[in-house]
Write a new protein. Structure first.
Lengths: 121, 200
């Protein structure tokens, strides 16, 4: 195995441990915990009265806007990752390119801010 | 040895969870299996030495796109029973897409095996994937880099224009208004005699 993949071996081991542990807890709870459910115990509990509705209702579109803005800034970060390691190689030209890129996104942030897209109504 | 085990494990998990994406009844579970598929695909990318792609897959797809899918699934107010009913109706379209996709995959595989079997070799094997990207992305491909930034800007403006609704009757904090308030328009001094109110 190459040295490059050896660097990722701890992650694989952690994944293995996490899988085993989580399965262990699930199985242990299934085996050891007493469970005697009936219809009333397993139905949705809503503080005294019968449940009006199920929990699957429409979400406000505002959540969606926040998620889209998050994706866009997330992608921006993804574009900047290589810059962190090649900063010394690309020099002043690369710096200028990245600054233009950032200024485009800053205009977007300014627009979002001005329009009140970041305010929660 | 470990590499082979890891590959078969990740490949098996990704195929199985990709199947569960379309097989599970609950759309929320589908999205969860989609996240698992992304994760194992990221592991496969790492096995191939494509660190940056694995990073992008986890950060962008798991971190953002899957969350967006989850929002869409939750926002649609889906009737799960009704969703499954029209399943066979789309079988023609689905089969066409599947056949086209399979043909493309076979063509790619055939081209790989019919050729000399070599993929492109990195110019400098010592530097990592990420560094290799960085050296060309901000210099040789600067224009495309800026163009992608511009596309992100357009996407952001479009999302805001499409989804931002002003609604009435919402009390928001307006800091400049708060600061501009003076004592004169906020406080009124009233002289009261004892035993009398100010009336209303």
């Amino acid at each position: 195995m190459s040295g490059f993949l050896l660097e990722y071996l701890p992650i694989l081991i952690v994944f293995g441990i996490a899988t085993v542990l989580s399965l262990l807890f699930l199985v242990a709870a299934k085996i050891m915990a007493p469970a005697s459910g009936d219809v009333e115990k397993l139905s949705t509990y809503e503080c005294g009265f019968n449940a009006f509705d199920d929990s699957r209702m429409k979400f406000d579109v505002q959540f969606y806007l926040v998620a889209i803005l998050f994706i866009i800034f997330d992608l921006e970060i993804a574009f900047l990752f290589p810059y962190a390691v090649s900063l010394d190689k690309v020099g002043i030209y690369g710096w200028a390119v990245v600054m233009i890129f950032l200024s485009e996104l800053i205009w977007g942030l300014y627009y979002a801010w001005k329009k009140g897209a970041l305010d929660w109504q | 040895m470990i590499t082979a085990i890891a590959f078969y494990l990740l490949a098996a998990v990704s195929v199985a969870s990709a199947f569960m994406v379309i097989a599970s009844r609950n759309p929320v579970h589908s999205v969860m299996f989609l996240i698992l598929t992304f994760f194992s695909a990221a592991g496969l990318f790492i096995l191939m030495g494509a660190e940056f792609l694995a990073l992008l897959l986890i950060m962008v797809y798991v971190g953002a796109v899957a969350v967006l899918f989850l929002f869409v699934v939750m926002m649609l107010e889906v009737d799960f029973v009704a969703l499954k009913q029209g399943f066979l109706q789309y079988i023609g379209l689905g089969a066409t897409v599947a056949v086209v996709l399979l043909t493309e995959l076979i063509l790619v595989g055939a081209a790989y095996f019919a050729g000399d079997g070599n993929t492109a070799t990195p110019p400098n094997p010592d530097e990592s994937n990420l560094e290799a990207f960085g050296h060309v992305l901000y210099t040789d491909y600067a224009f495309f880099f800026e163009a992608s930034g511009f596309i992100l800007l357009v996407a952001m403006i479009g999302a805001i224009v499409l989804t931002l609704r002003e609604r009435d009757g919402v009390r928001k904090q307006d800091i400049s208004k708060q600061i501009a308030r003076t004592r004169e328009d906020a406080v009124e001094m009233v002289d009261l005699k004892s035993g009398e109110g100010i009336g209303s």
